[in-house]
Design a protein around this ligand. Sequence first.
Ligand SMILES: [Zn+2]
Length: 296
Amino acid sequence: MKSFLVTFQNVVRWGIYPLAMTLATVLFFQLQTSDGNFLLATVLPVWACLALIIWAEWFIPFQSEWKPKWQDWKLDGTYVIFIQTILPQVLTWLSALFVLRWWSGLDLPIHQWWPHHWSIGWQEISVILISDLLRYGLHRLSHTWTPLWKLHAVHHSVLKMYWLNTARFHPVEKSLQFLMDVLPFMLLGISEEVIALHLVLYGVNGFFQHCNADVRFGWLNYIVSSTELHRWHHSQHAKESNNNYGNNVIVWDLLFGTFYWPKDRSVTTLGLQNPTYPQRFWGQMKAPVQQDIDVT
Ligand SMILES: [Zn+2]
């Protein structure tokens, strides 16, 4: 019985990520409605995979000390509501109302700038690579340029990693990310189907990156920005954390020399250098305008 449990845990360790990404993709295509409404097709696959990730945190935990407490739920839940739900809706609405209207008024031959005739798979890979390159630049600069670091320090204030604190971003940084993740593709007139699938894969991968499950990626660590790699990015030691900037894929880190994966040890301490960095929502909202709150 015990050996069966150990075998099953190993199967989950190695199989849950490919299984979840496949499930998310299949559900996305199954749940699309003929009237072009992508809401269900975008939300349900992420929730289904989230259920798997939460179960994995219980079945194959990585660090028992990283179990969230009520204070963590309260703080990260606030980020989910305001930063990850309401803010993107507002940004999409503002973009449609002002930016897209202005852009279409320029009457540029934008449809010729994107290979709309490619299959959805190749378009999706292109969107992921381009948005990840833009995000790589923003993320790397956020670790070296103080004004951006003060915003990004909010995300690095996590002292334990679990699925929900992938949501922890300052609203200004989240808005900058929107300029790279979504807006360029809206401007290019890329189909809603491609953009919606991007958001699904991005969401599922983001929850995996932060989860407190002992997930193994093997050779996939050279392709995706995985749980195993992203933990090092949250190390308290800058030599370790100033690496693995990738959002969905890790190929730009490999190309630009910031790939970091010590296979013989695990990350020890997470978080910022400053032990008094605020751990409440409003404190973190104000933190970027405070002086000397943390060092890069
Ligand atoms: Zn970072």
